[in-house]
Ligand binder design. Sequence first.
Ligand code: FEO
Length: 394
Amino acid sequence: MKALKIAEGIYDVGATDWNVRDFHGYSTENGSTYNAFLIIDEKVTLIDTVKVDFLDQLMAKISSVIDPAKIDYIVSNHTEMDHSGALPRLLHRIGKDIPVFCSKMGHKNLASHFGQKINYRPVADGEELCLGKRTLKFIETRMIHWPDSMFSYLVEDKILFSSDGFGQHYAGPERFDDEIGEAIMPYAKKYFANILWLYAPLIKGVLNKVRELNLPIEMICPDHGVLWRQNPAKIVEAYTRWCDLQPQPDKALVIYDTMWHSTEAMAEAIVAGLAAEGVSAKPMHLRTCHRSDVVTEAFDAKALVIGSPTLNNGLFPTVADFLTYLKGLKPKNKLAASFGSFGWSGEAAKLVEDELKTMGLHLSEDPLKIQYVPNREGLEKCFEFGRRIARAMR
Ligand code: FEO
């Protein structure tokens, strides 16, 4: 396995995980990569490592450029184990006491993962490290998306190593934005919606901080997916837009699960009502669509209409799962409503409403409930429910 040269003396030595399909609950239908970067200078420096299972891939790629024993410095931009998991074994294999540069919180968090025996070198925000002909500048980016997160900027080459920021869970033959083009943007959006949505206000602050530093950026190298070399401004502009959390004013999503197709029939009638008022709406069945794909669609929808049948006096499990996931992402600036079919007790629609209220979303309608199977009159109610939600979106 060979390293990929990305600039003079700089290599991508990370791993490709072609087979991962579930990344802690996020569906990765095209796998992912755990990017790591090797800088050959007077001080040979490795930026980030990989998931522990991919240590051999990392070692092979480093070895294609240089003897791993010649590594002088390691930089850990982020503690999460898809980037740090291989660190202790890497150090063990190299067999020497390499300093590991990290943020102050990185020091604390790495020590909580791997103990105190590693030679941690915590750095301050803005601190610089001379590698010889090159300089690395560390930029603290707390909560993007862990307290330990930081970016490292290679001053002379104008390369920003951005950890999880600007990443995408995508494994493919392409390694650069210009090789894949616009097709990478849905992966970047899905990453933002599922990993970074709740930190959007903080990310806005970091983007402003980086702008104020006035650093020329010729390439952005995230820890997942393709590297932004042709047009790094494109992903920065997309993040600037996504951080504003402005929904598409005419987009609604009807999210549901169903036991005997009654809540499904309600969902489809609600979609028809929304569409009749000119809203772009679609139903998403929670056992057909993965929660992370539903969240990607929900991210820029103006209205979320969520339906659950009542099962054993409660929510249907997939709906409870989705509500928990959505709540954690702290959605804002959205209208919401709930619905569901029931047999004899009928708690679910109200329970969905309670969760939506807890999230602070604006409820424009009381929950809509229909017993057993919706008849023509029931479906008409659903259609009108959809129409009223569409009008409330204006
Ligand atoms: Fe890709 Fe937060 O780890």
